[in-house]
Design a protein around this ligand. Structure first.
Ligand code: ADP
Length: 310
């Protein structure tokens, strides 16, 4: 089975408004509330693909309970560790075709809560064949906490798909035990290499050949509507995708990660799981709800994707 890790989940609240008025009240008839956080978006897409998964992470308080109820109602398996501080809310106000977000930083975790979580992962990994780590670390966790997870995975010979950013990503790529696959976007690659911006695919290709990234077997840099650039098997591949109508691309990176994890879990060849990942990203971008895909268009998109060496 697949173990997904979400260290700082959230209850995502979205308020669709016809108009957003500042410095006064805004009434909202429909408020959507779902279990969120990047790793849980990955989990929801994996669940729609019928891949067996357990969602692990840290939850606390009433919002932690909400997350568990929300996943249970969807028929998903989870094994969260409880923490004393409360899980956060993240609010998205949808107005005039725009999205204004308020993201709480979330709870602070204690050292003993992290130890308990690590022990829980140790048990879960006995059954795991792929591990997916997504998102930021909560306050209180050391920057290199994911490195401890990489060590545990290495001990059990389980491949890890990592999608994080900033200091925890830098710590992981510098660690002896690397993730099997990393899925940054171009901005995250630039941040990692300490450069202000990567302007085009040629510059990105050069960046991927940097020594810092050389020992990670597969790096999939997602490029939004431009598909992806991939480093694997000592080669660089461009993945082209067709133009599509987009409704809400938030969470497309997570749907892409779900495709990569699913493909690795099923032992698919690289080209097949890259296509799968792109299709799922595109399908997520066509939906209003983050982490939801309509698989009816899967085959049509899949046929239109090209993977070629550059
Ligand atoms: P992230 O959210 O991590 O930055 P991206 O925005 O690169 O991820 O999206 C991941 C994938 O989702 C892309 O590689 C692509 O397959 C699909 N996708 C995202 N946005 C669009 C878009 N506007 N049009 C078509 N596909 C998209």
């Amino acid at each position: 089975m697949i173990v997904t890790i979400t260290m700082n989940p959230a209850v995502d609240i979205s308020y669709p408004l016809t108009e957003f008025k500042v410095d006064t009240f805004n009434r909202c008839d429909i408020a959507r509330k779902t279990a969120g956080g990047k790793g849980l978006n990955v989990s929801r897409v994996l669940h729609q693909l019928d891949d067996p998964l357990v969602a692990a992470g840290l939850v606390g308080g009433a919002l932690g309970e909400f997350i568990k109820e929300n996943l249970a109602a969807a028929g998903m398996r989870f094994a969260f560790s409880e923490i004393s501080e409360a899980t956060r809310n993240c609010v998205a106000i949808l107005h005039d075709g725009k999205q204004t977000e308020i993201l709480e930083s979330g709870p602070t975790v204690s050292e003993s809560e992290l130890v308990t979580f690590y022990q829980a992962l140790n048990d879960l990994f006995k059954e795991a064949t792929v591990i997916s780590i997504s998102g930021s670390l909560p306050k209180g966790a050391p920057t290199d906490f994911y490195n401890q997870v990489l060590d545990l995975a290495k001990l059990k010979q389980i491949p890890v798909v990592l999608d994080t950013s900033g200091d925890s990503l830098l710590a992981a790529v510098q660690h002896d035990n690397k993730p099997f696959l990393n899925k940054p976007n171009a901005e995250e690659v630039a941040g990692l290499l300490g450069i202000s911006e990567i302007k085009n695919v040629t510059e990105l290709k050069t960046s991927l050949q940097s020594e810092l990234l050389c020992d990670i077997p597969v790096i999939v840099v997602s490029l939004s509507s431009d598909g992806a650039l991939v480093k694997a098997e000592e080669k660089i591949y461009k993945v082209d995708i067709p133009k599509i109508e987009v409704t809400n691309p938030v969470g497309s990176g997570d749907a892409t990660v779900a495709g990569l994890v699913s493909g690795i879990y099923r032992g698919q060849p690289l080209t097949d799981y890259l296509k799968k990942a792109m299709v799922l990203g595109m399908l997520n971008a066509q939906e209003e709800t983050t982490g939801h895909v309509n698989l009816a268009h899967y085959d049509d998109f899949y046929r239109q994707i090209r993977v070629y060496e550059v």
